[in-house]
Design a protein around this ligand. Structure first.
Ligand SMILES: Cc1ncc(COP(=O)(O)O)c(C=O)c1O
Length: 455
């Protein structure tokens, strides 16, 4: 197909995800045709710095032929066989390797193909586990305001974004919201005191458990560092307190690491960085660096225990879960992590990334810069002193009308989002170094300076 034919066919037949299709009535759909390292190229040959690693996915960057070769080798040997009553070597090897990397006794891996399926699988497991233990009433799940946990019906019930749920109600019952850890917008009585804020936010989980009735609560879903809303790191002590609250009431702690696992925060798992022991880790995205789709959950020994004797069966499965090609690709991806020192690169350079983005604070539109590792959100405000945010019309004009397009035109893939307050999100490939941080800063500075003149 020529570029023109591709464009016409895309407009006629392709339904893009989370995309206002009318935005392309009078303009071209961006078509990305190849990638190399931290850069991608469109159909006209223009280069873009991939400041979002695709969608928090391309950890080792684009164009790594050893992963393509691993896929080809596996497809030639055994392209497909299910994990329903059978095993195949790449899934076994990957499960063992993940169990080795995961903290504590997170030793059992249940594969899926996506993050949403991983989130749902964890909820189904929690419900069944408690039934097998005779705790029949436990089905509810707590999660945080504005947190994104996926789009399938169960995952959407856990997601804390009202705007993307309303059209699909009624959702499965049991989703309960608790406050997130957005310190920039902390309630007045804890504003300015990060530790007190963390204690309050953790204690809100306890209050929600008590309000709902501990005997009805199955699990708490938390990302190590919350993505939606623009990167909310946990305050010091937050996870230790949450862990002890979960233990007190027999509630499972699910660490949704669909974004935060595999190096995003400089560790294989985000829970390692913040020093807490989850009962279940959900993962996807970075496990293959996007060279094939894969997700899953890693669970602690006690959660499989009731299923290891008698007739108990986890009545749950997905045809393509743990696909041999995806599992082989994930193993090759983990080899690259080891050989290329991907985690060390993040740990060595994250300070530089932070310092470079912090420079943007001198712009009048930048209210906050927050994050950890290679994962940052920049909150945009109308008034720095009062932290006044933009109203819906201004957000629409600023984010959708100008920023998203202007940043892309300037050669940076990132995300301008107003799921909470307006933010720009950055999560580049983990191979990036100072030159890429500088490139991001320069593009952001120019485009945000222009944005300010348009308010
Ligand atoms: C924290 C978290 N959980 C779950 C999901 C859903 O993953 P998927 O899009 O693979 O279904 C995402 C996707 O971005 C996510 O960020």
């Amino acid at each position: 197909m020529t570029n023109e034919e591709l464009q016409a066919a895309a407009k006629q037949h392709l339904w893009m995800h989370f995309t206002r299709m009318s935005a392309y009535n009078n303009g071209d759909i961006p078509v990305i045709v190849r990638g190399s390292g931290p850069y991608v190229y469109d159909d006209k040959g223009k280069r873009y710095l991939d400041g979002l690693a695709g969608l928090f996915v391309s950890m080792i960057g684009h164009g790594r032929t050893e992963l393509a070769e691993a896929a080809s080798k596996q497809a030639s040997e055994l392209a497909y066989f299910p994990l329903w009553s059978y095993a195949h070597p790449s899934a076994v090897q990957l499960a063992s390797r993940l169990a080795e990397l995961a903290p504590g006794d997170l030793n059992r891996v249940f594969f899926t193909t996506s993050g949403s399926e991983a989130v749902e699988s964890a909820w189904k497991l929690a419900k069944q586990y408690f039934k097998l233990r005779g705790e029949y009433g436990r089905y509810k799940v707590l999660s945080r305001d504005i947190a994104y946990h996926g789009t399938s019906m169960g995952a959407l019930a856990i997601t804390g974004l009202a705007a993307i749920k309303a059209d699909y109600e009624p959702l499965p019952p049991g989703g309960v919201r608790v406050p997130n850890t957005n310190f920039y917008r902390a309630p007045d009585f804890v504003a300015g005191d990060l530790e007190a804020f963390g204690i309050w936010a953790a204690d809100e989980i306890e209050r929600a458990i008590l309000r709902e009735g501990p005997e009805s609560v199955a699990a708490v879903y938390l990302e190590p560092l919350q993505n939606s809303g623009g990167c909310f790191p946990p305050p010091p002590g937050y996870f230790a307190r949450v862990r002890s609250i979960c233990d007190r009431y027999g509630v499972l702690l699910v660490s949704d690491e669909v974004i935060c696992a595999f190096g995003r925060l400089g560790y294989y798992f985000g829970s390692e960085r913040y020093g807490y022991q989850p009962d279940i880790i959900t993962f996807a995205k970075g496990v293959t660096s996007g060279y094939a789709p894969l997700g899953g959950m890693i669970v602690r020994d006690f959660l499989i225990e009731p299923f290891l004797s008698g007739h108990s069966t986890f009545l749950h499965g997905i045809t393509f879960a743990g696909h041999p090609v995806s599992a082989a690709v994930a193993l090759a991806n983990l080899d690259v992590f080891e050989h290329d020192g991907i985690l060390s690169n993040v740990r060595a350079n994250e300070g530089g990334f932070r310092a470079t983005l912090e420079k943007l604070r001198d712009l009048p539109i930048v209210g906050d810069v927050r994050g950890d590792g290679y994962f940052y959100g920049i909150e945009l405000v109308k008034d720095k002193a009062t932290k006044e945010t933009f109203d819906d019309d201004e957000s629409e004009r600023l984010l959708r009308g100008f920023l998203s397009h202007a940043l892309f035109e300037a050669g940076l893939v990132c995300r301008a989002d107003d799921r909470g307050d307006p933010v720009i999100q950055l999560a580049p490939p983990l191979i990036c170094t100072q030159e890429h941080f500088d490139e991001m800063e320069q593009i952001l500075r120019a485009v945000l300076t222009e944005a300010w003149t348009k308010i």
